[in-house]
Design a protein around this ligand. Structure first.
Ligand SMILES: Nc1nc2c(ncn2[C@@H]2O[C@H](COP(=O)(O)OP(=O)(O)O)[C@@H](O)[C@H]2O)c(=O)[nH]1
Ligand SMILES: [Mg+2]
Length: 204
């Protein structure tokens, strides 16, 4: 019996990803979600309480316009005063978003390259994931968006609320210096189409 069936109540199924790293965590979460047959959608979130369930309604409102609805933390009024996102990181994510926009000119408006929070159609995930290398770590979100856009996947951004976290970050947000390194690596990845980051082949 799985814990989904426990006492006939709907319950969470916990899957443990043993490979450390953000890329492995996100890749596995999307793979597990897209495998489920009882839904056509996978919602990707984080475990640090920075995102809120009530924003799912906004994602659903944007869904008719795209195959992936990607959260953006660009709207200042929707952010808590104290979050892990410093002004430097806020504009850094905006800059990388604009780089994505320029690379895929005409395909969308992008203002945040670093938000995990997103709603994806499973059929698109099943198409994309085999070509994505989970070893691409803290740059994974930009890598995911860039690869999806290169495949012609329609992505629309949706403003989400952003809150102060619980626990300690091990991502790119621990300091501005670390964020700068991750940001530069994202830029290099976008410019080089991830040739030097990913060991996998481009999507056909
Ligand atoms: N399973 C697993 N999940 C991870 C790992 N690193 C990050 N995550 C997940 O990815 C999210 C983002 O990482 P976090 O440290 O919060 O980075 P930040 O959001 O940039 O501060 C976390 O909330 C976890 O849900 C890891 O090594 N293993
Ligand atoms: Mg986080």
């Amino acid at each position: 019996m799985t814990n989904r069936e426990f006492e006939g109540l709907p319950a969470a199924e916990v899957i443990i990803e043993r490979q450390p790293g953000y890329g492995h965590c996100v890749w596995r979460a999307l793979a597990e979600g897209s495998r489920l047959g009882d839904t056509g959608l996978t919602l990707l979130c984080e475990g640090d309480m920075t995102f809120r369930a009530y924003d799912i309604d906004k994602f659903l409102a944007y869904l008719p316009h795209a195959e992936i609805v990607n959260g953006t933390r660009i709207v200042e009024q929707l952010r808590d005063r104290e979050t892990q996102l410093t002004t430097f990181m806020y504009y850094g994510n905006f800059f990388v978003g604009k780089l994505l926009e320029a690379k895929h000119a005409g395909l969308g408006t992008f203002t945040d390259a670093g938000t995990t929070y997103k709603l994806c159609r499973n059929r698109v995930l099943r198409q994309l994931l085999p070509s994505l290398d989970p070893g691409v770590n803290l740059e994974f979100n930009a890598y995911f968006l860039d690869t999806a856009l290169a495949c012609g996947v329609r992505i629309v951004e949706c403003p989400v609320t952003f809150h102060s976290r619980v626990g300690v970050s091990k991502g790119g947000n621990t300091s501005n210096t670390r964020a700068l390194k991750v940001g530069l690596s994202m830029i290099a990845g976008i410019v080089s189409s991830w040739k030097y980051h990913s060991r996998r082949q481009e999507v056909e």
